[in-house]
Design a protein. Structure first.
Length: 480
């Protein structure tokens, strides 16, 4: 049952947070059922244990003393995501870890295939005209914009939109997922009996599907998908670089890296693309020789040029130069967060407490969100000491995977270690302009990759300890 839960988790984590949580819950329960009758819970200890405990303790204290404790205390559940590392590392042997890594990559490829196919066939419906009595007339939507989802159901025509609206009860407020120049516009629609009785409830005419959008896999969120594709692409590049001497896997790994890179670029997410290119250069520079470094530079230049082309086509022409409204809003959110940190330096205001005081605390606009920067958001929510522990935690994970790569003689395990190392660099670089630590889908995938890499790099002595349970508090991984 434990392996069944882990397999379901591996297949679902790139696509569905709900399915990933359910399947990981099955695995956790099976883990307890297996170990508790013996009176000892076996778990793999890592060099990340201490910074993680420190970060968790400060997060709990911050939530208890939060400005809005009812908002902050439930957010502590996100700390349980880090148990994924221990679940995977403790309960998988190297061969099993490599098999599950293959399942994870294969599942990620399904999303890539769907994204590319959707980009070819088009998404949603382009608004040709909006009637005078349309419920959307008062919204920000205009002719040329795109409606692609109503109530989280994809639509491609006014008839499909009508069916989606008629499924809902009167009085419900529906979210209308719409796009303007490739970027989302928040629109809501109140369902009434009169609206449901109309032949064309939206009061719009369509002019076919749009190909000007940012791919998002099976999900609704292109930024989450971009972070996931960055992790997959860097994992594949790590396997390719580590396996240069084992030519059998080189072509396959490079092909996978190219596909995941394509999906990432099609999300048109600038910060994530930039962090991916930076991480690729860093990994190649640290691990390869001159030829590898030159090949990485050539790849970065080619991918960068293609990214600029996609950015200007999927978004506004000035998107590639960071001179658009989206960049200005992000900087304004960051500045507002930075102004608050000196007022609450030790424990912060509490996770997400700022959302209840948005205007009062000087955040711009009416759209309530976060600061779009992981370091700023952690310092604002939990305080500067918690930020220090978070930096310590990420440094421990980076050092652990790097030492694992340098210490293993197995090219497959080394590839997973190097891929996890690159994914951590990309995630950390992207976090400067994205609050990716607050995205559970991304964090779960990253921790799963790290856990699989550590399990693949386990040595025979550690495997024996895992079987017999002789270690008093669990075997230790990540040391060379």
């Amino acid at each position: 049952m434990l392996l069944f839960g882990l397999a379901l988790f591996t297949l679902s984590v790139p696509h569905s947070i709900a399915a990933a949580q359910i399947s990981s819950g099955i695995a956790y329960l099976a883990w307890l059922v297996r170990d508790l009758p013996a009176g000892r819970l076996r778990f793999a200890r890592t060099p990340a244990d201490r910074p993680l405990l420190c970060f968790a303790a400060l997060s709990a204290l911050s939530a208890l003393l939060s400005v809005e404790p009812r908002e902050s205390l439930p957010k502590l559940r996100t700390l349980t995501l880090f148990l994924i590392i221990y679940l995977v590392t403790t309960n998988l042997h190297p061969r099993g870890a490599r098999l599950f890594a293959g399942l994870l990559v294969a599942s990620g490829l399904l999303g890539v295939g769907f994204s590319v196919a959707e980009k070819v066939t088009g998404r949603g419906m382009v608004i040709a005209a909006i009637a005078a009595d349309s419920p959307l007339r008062a919204s920000a939507l205009r002719e040329g914009d795109v409606i692609w989802m109503i109530g989280r159901r994809r639509v491609t025509s006014p008839e499909g939109a009508a069916r989606a609206i008629r499924r809902e009860p009167a009085g419900k407020r529906l979210s209308v997922e719409a796009l303007h120049e490739g970027d989302p516009i928040p629109v809501t629609l109140e369902v009434t009996e009169e609206l449901k009785a109309r032949a064309n409830p939206l009061g719009v005419s369509a002019a076919g599907r749009s190909r000007r959008f940012r791919v998002s896999g099976f999900s609704r969120q292109f930024l989450t998908y971009a972070e996931q594709m960055q992790i997959f692409a860097l994992l594949a590049f790590g396997v390719a670089i580590a396996g240069l001497r084992a030519r059998r896997w080189l072509i396959v790994a490079l092909g996978l890296a190219s596909l995941f890179s394509l999906a990432l670029i099609l999300t048109a997410s600038r910060a994530v693309i930039a962090s991916f290119l930076l991480a690729l250069l860093a990994v190649a520079g640290l691990t390869g020789g001159r030829r590898v470094a030159l090949a990485a530079i050539a790849a970065v230049l080619a991918l960068g040029a293609f990214s600029v082309y996609v950015l200007t086509g999927a978004r506004t022409p000035v998107a590639a130069s960071f001179a658009d409204d989206s960049s200005a809003r992000r900087l304004a959110y960051m500045r507002a967060g930075l102004r608050l940190i000196p007022e609450h330096p030790l424990l912060g205001v509490g996770a997400d407490a700022h959302k209840h005081h948005w205007r009062e605390w000087g955040f711009p606009g009416d759209y309530v969100t976060h600061t779009h920067s992981t370091p700023i958001q952690i310092a604002l929510d939990r305080g500067l000491p918690a930020l220090g522990c978070y930096v310590w935690l990420m440094a421990a994970l980076l050092l652990m995977t790097w030492r694992g790569y340098r210490g293993t003689g197995n090219p497959q395990a080394g590839g997973l270690m190097l891929g996890a190392f690159g994914a951590l660099i990309g995630f950390s670089a992207s976090s400067l302009a994205n609050y990716n630590f607050g995205d559970s889908e991304v964090v779960m995938l990253l921790l799963a990759v790290v856990g699989l890499a550590l399990a693949a790099g386990k040595k025979s002595g550690q495997q024996s300890a895992a079987k017999s349970g002789r270690a008093r508090s669990g075997h230790r991984v990540g040391k060379t």
